[in-house]
Design a binder for this molecule. Structure first.
Ligand SMILES: Nc1ncnc2c1ncn2[C@@H]1O[C@H](COP(=O)(O)OP(=O)(O)OP(=O)(O)O)[C@@H](O)[C@H]1O
Ligand SMILES: [Mg+2]
Length: 505
């Protein structure tokens, strides 16, 4: 690639195959690609929103209404389109909801900018205007928002239900909102600066089968494993819990060795030795005072038998993430060497028991030392159903958490957005509108009466990230793309990318 220097000879400064696109063409393509992303999620917005069925390159199917999930799953290549995906991700990280709103808003800001550019308004002027408008929008929203506290159950339940209004789980939103509220309330922590909710404290365990209404909140940790031996107790009260990161097995040698046994007594001695080692392991567990063992590795059959004889409840091959949750919930320390286990390493829980959920047996650890640790057991028809339930519950948990943390909420259904539009134009009187769109009834309704409420942070963040993305895209007037090894020169296959890109040589 070369750049012309006017009269002199051509100077090559970029690698061959690099494409470059400047000025209006570049901007137009970027806007088109970004708007194509907004159009892709537009139909999922609100209570009349539809779902998308996505099939990935491995043939795995996802059915969802969640903006960020859709955008994360589609393979976007155009750089401006990628920025729009980032908008959704930023929104998801900050609020866990409003991802579709943020992306559509960014798309509209760009559409509007395009019209202004057509009318010869310089992009920097538009950018400055958008920045000002965003600041004003925060003011209007802050003034409009109403207070909510962690004990305002009624309002928080409505906020949770509103976030699920557009999801396929909507029919069960009452039950799910209740789970979300109780979970947040259990884990919320009061600090000097106010309430904080850490979503790490809320575990979600999916089990396809049963009915959505079988979903439940458990105060504690659920481990999707059964006890290893039927002779072990089904339930242990006032459990002292050992967490082991070592196998209750006799180590196999790394080199292959041959031991020649010449008489039966020798054979017996050999087997006894193995049994003795396992016995010392189990004794170590017992001597430390443990009545429950979660082992990240395997447990030998004979060790299982010894544990059962001691009345110890044991689970093997527990996932590392579950071990972490158990550490946090029960206060136990992970032991790497069985023989070094002491009573100080053990954690506590009121009850550890096995329960059959659907076809499988699971271990429940409840009444933990740290009460800020809860699990939601998600049940529902099929795997796709429980997956979407999990995503919807994540939205519901986030909006309740965000509303509790900020203590502020708005009315939904587009009512706050309409007031923004009016306030920014400064044409309408500053009267507060809580009338929004009720797509289900096909008319405008009073959103407060309908209980359509949302945390302040969702819309504020949507304005912030949409403005940032629109500004970033509008400021670009030059796209220089190096040759990709797979697709050859160009900027990928985003909408409109090919339209007017030209190659230099
Ligand atoms: N029953 C309802 N009547 C009117 N508007 C509603 C109702 N339920 C929800 N809404 C509105 O729907 C919008 C949210 O729709 P949706 O949940 O599909 O998108 P999102 O929150 O922007 O993105 P996502 O949930 O995919 O991250 C909000 O403006 C909300 O106020
Ligand atoms: Mg939503």
């Amino acid at each position: 690639m070369a750049m012309s220097t006017g009269a002199g000879p051509q100077i090559f400064i970029l690698r061959e195959g690099t494409t470059r696109e400047e000025g209006r063409g570049a901007r137009k393509n970027n806007i088109a690609a970004a708007r194509a992303i907004a159009d892709a999620v537009r139909s999922t917005l609100g209570p009349r929103g539809m779902d998308k069925l996505l099939v990935d390159s491995m043939g795995d199917v996802t059915i969802t209404n969640d903006g960020v999930t859709i955008l994360k799953k589609v393979d976007v290549e155009h750089p401006a389109a990628k920025m729009m995906v980032e908008v959704a991700k930023a929104q998801d990280q900050e609020c866990g909801d409003g991802t579709t709103t943020a992306v559509i808003l960014a798309g509209e800001l760009l559409a509007n900018a395009e019209a202004l550019i057509e009318r010869k308004v310089h992009p920097t002027v538009i950018v400055a205007g958008y920045r000002q408008a965003a600041e004003k929008a925060y003011e209007i929203l802050a003034k409009r928002a109403e207070k909510v506290s962690i004990d305002d159950q009624e309002i928080l339940l409505k906020i949770a239900k509103t976030s699920m209004g557009s999801k396929s789980v909507s029919a069960h939103k009452g039950l799910l909102a209740d789970l979300a509220y109780r979970a947040v309330k259990a884990v919320a922590e009061r600090r000097e600066t106010g309430w904080t909710v850490s979503d790490d404290d809320i575990q979600m365990v999916k089990k396809p089968g049963g009915d959505m209404s079988d979903s439940a909140l458990i105060e504690g940790v659920i481990v999707d494993k059964e006890r290893v031996h039927p002779g072990m107790p089904l339930r242990v009260e006032n459990a002292r819990i050992a967490l082991l990161n070592a196998a209750l097995e006799v180590k196999k040698t790394e080199v292959s060795a041959e031991i020649r046994i010449r008489d039966p007594a020798q054979m017996q001695a050999f087997l006894n030795e193995e049994a003795n080692v396992l016995k010392t392991y189990v004794d170590a567990v017992k001597d430390a005072g443990a009545s429950v063992v979660f082992c990240q590795k395997g447990i030998d059959d004979l060790a299982q038998h010894y544990l059962a004889k001691e009345g110890i409840y044991a689970v093997r091959r527990v996932k590392e993430s579950d071990m972490k949750k158990l550490q946090k919930a029960t206060g136990a320390r992970l032991a790497n060497k069985i023989k070094e286990l002491t009573s100080a390493d053990l954690g506590d829980a009121k009850e550890v028991y096995e329960r059959k959920i659907g076809e499988d047996k699971m271990t429940f650890v409840t009444g933990c030392k740290n009460p800020r640790s809860v699990s939601i057991l998600i049940r529902g028809g099929t795997e796709h159903v429980v997956d979407e339930m999990e995503r919807s519950l994540e939205d519901a948990l986030s909006v309740v958490a965000v509303a509790v943390e900020d203590g502020r909420y708005l009315t939904g259904g587009g009512s706050a957005e309409m007031e923004l539009a009016q306030g920014l134009k400064e044409v309408a009187p500053a009267g507060k509108t809580t009338v929004g769109v009720d797509p289900l009834a096909g008319k405008n309704s009073e959103m407060k009466r309908m209980g359509i409420l949302e945390p302040l942070r969702v819309l504020k963040q949507a304005v912030a990230s949409a403005t940032d993305a629109a500004v970033m895209i509008l400021r670009i007037d030059d796209v220089i793309a190096s040759k990709s090894p797979k697709t050859g020169p160009g900027m990928g296959k985003g909408a409109g990318a090919e339209e007017s890109s030209h190659e230099f040589d």
